[in-house]
Design a protein around this ligand. Structure first.
Ligand SMILES: [Zn+2]
Length: 349
C-alpha cells in the first residue's frame, strides 16, 4: 500500500484516556477493503460508552474507535466496485451494499491492534467497502461525518422505528447529537408538540433551535405535567429514550399513550435492568429497541443530503466544537461533562 503508517487514537484500557500514536497499516488491502484518507470524524456518544465499557468486558483491547467520518478514497482492494480512488465518501457504521470485508490487520508497538469494519479516529483507515457511501465532490467534508450516524440514526428512528405521523405528540429524552436530529425529523414529519428533555441546559437551548416545542430539564416533573396539560396530552403517541437510563426508560414507557409506542435508542449499562408493567402491551401499546434507526445508507444518505442542500435539515449549527486528533481526550472529557451541546468534530487534515 502507498501508506505504511498513520496516526491514530487507541483505546488500550477501559476508562482511561485514548493513546495517540503511530500505528502500522497492513502491507496490502484484502478483498473488499478500502484505504481512506480521513478528513474529519465526529464523536458519537456510543464511543463514550465503548471507552467506559458499557457493554461489559471488552475482549478486543487494544483497539481503534470511531464510526462517523468523511474522507477520500486512496486505494481499493480486490472486488471493490462501489467506490474508486479519488471518491469523497461518508464513513458509516451501518452496512450498505458492497462487500463486507474483514477488519484491517493493524499493528501497534509490535503487536496486533484490533479494529472493526470501520474506524475513524485516525488519519488513514482501512475500511470495509460496505461502510462507505460516495458523496458529491462539492459537498462540505465537515458536515459529511454527521451522515455516518447522528443524522441517519436520528432521522431513521423517527421514520422507521417511531413511524411518526402528522400531528403525533412526541417526547424525546436526551438531546445529544442523535436526539437533536430526532427533533428535526419529528418536526419535519408534522409531529406536534415535540418535547425535548436533557440533564444539560445548554443542550436544551440547542433543542429549541432545532425546533422543539417545549424543552425541559430531565428532573422537571412539574414542567412536564404543565406541558402535557397545556397541549391536552394524557399520554404521548411516541416516547423516545436516548439515555439508556432505566429510570428514564420506565418514565418514557409510563407516559406513552395506551396506543402509543416507546422507542429505546440509548444502550443501558450491562445489568441495568428496567421493570415494566406489561399489561398495556396486550392492548395496543408497544415498545421497541432501535438498531441505528433501520438506516439504509445507500438510499438514506443521498436523500438526507438533498434535504440539507434544500435548507430543510439544519446541520451547520450541530457542529459546535472542532479539535485536532491530538486533543481527542479533551473533546471526550467535555462530552462526558455535558459541556458540548452539539457534535464534536475531529480534524485530521
Ligand atoms: Zn453513533
Amino acid at each position: 500500500m502507498q501508506v505504511k503508517t498513520t496516526k491514530a487514537a487507541i483505546l488500550k484500557e477501559l476508562n482511561s484516556p485514548l493513546i495517540i500514536d503511530e500505528i502500522t497499516l497492513p502491507e496490502n488491502l484484502a478483498y473488499g477493503q478500502v484505504l481512506v484518507r480521513i478528513h474529519y470524524s465526529s464523536i458519537c456518544g456510543s464511543q463514550l460508552g465503548e471507552i467506559s465499557g458499557v457493554k461489559g468486558h471488552d475482549p478486543y483491547l487494544p483497539h481503534m474507535l470511531g464510526h462517523e467520518g468523511s474522507g477520500v478514497v486512496l486505494e481499493v482492494g480486490e472486488g471493490v466496485s462501489m467506490v474508486k480512488p479519488g471518491d469523497r465518501v461518508v464513513m458509516h457504521w451501518k452496512p450498505s451494499n458492497g462487500i463486507n470485508a474483514k477488519p484491517a490487520n493493524y499493528t501497534w508497538r509490535g503487536a496486533k491492534l484490533n479494529s472493526g469494519q470501520i474506524t475513524t479516529f485516525s488519519e488513514h483507515a482501512v475500511v470495509s467497502e460496505n461502510r462507505l457511501t460516495p458523496i458529491p465532490d462539492d459537498f462540505d467534508m465537515k458536515i459529511a461525518p454527521l451522515f455516518g450516524c447522528a443524522v441517519t440514526t436520528g432521522l431513521g428512528v423517527i421514520k422507521n422505528d417511531a413511524q411518526v405521523k402528522i400531528g403525533d405528540s412526541v417526547i424525546i429524552f436526551g438531546a445529544g447529537g442523535v436526539g437533536l436530529n430526532m427533533i428535526q425529523g419529528a418536526v419535519m414529519s408534522g409531529a406536534y408538540p415535540v418535547i425535548a428533555t436533557d440533564i444539560h441546559k445548554n443542550r436544551l437551548e440547542m433543542a429549541k433551535k432545532m425546533g422543539a416545542t417545549v424543552c425541559l430539564l430531565a428532573d422537571d416533573k412539574e414542567g412536564l405535567e404543565a406541558a402535557m396539560k397545556q397541549y391536552s396530552i394524557k399520554g404521548f403517541d411516541i416516547a423516545i429514550d436516548n439515555t439508556g437510563n432505566p429510570a428514564v426508560i420506565a418514565q418514557a414507557y409510563g407516559i406513552t399513550s395506551p396506543e402509543g409506542r416507546t422507542v429505546l435508542v440509548g444502550v443501558p449499562k450491562k445489568g441495568n435492568n428496567t421493570e415494566l408493567y406489561t399489561l398495556p402491551l396486550h392492548f395496543g401499546k408497544s415498545i421497541t429497541g432501535s438498531h441505528g434507526g433501520g438506516t439504509i445508507p445507500q438510499k438514506d444518505i443521498p436523500a438526507y443530503i438533498r434535504l440539507y442542500k434544500a435548507g430543510r435539515l439544519d446541520l451547520d449549527r450541530l457542529i459546535t466544537h472542532t479539535f485536532k486528533l491530538d486533543d481527542i481526550n479533551t473533546a471526550l472529557d467535555m462530552m462526558r461533562k455535558g459541556e458540548t451541546d452539539g457534535r464534536c468534530l475531529l480534524e485530521m487534515i
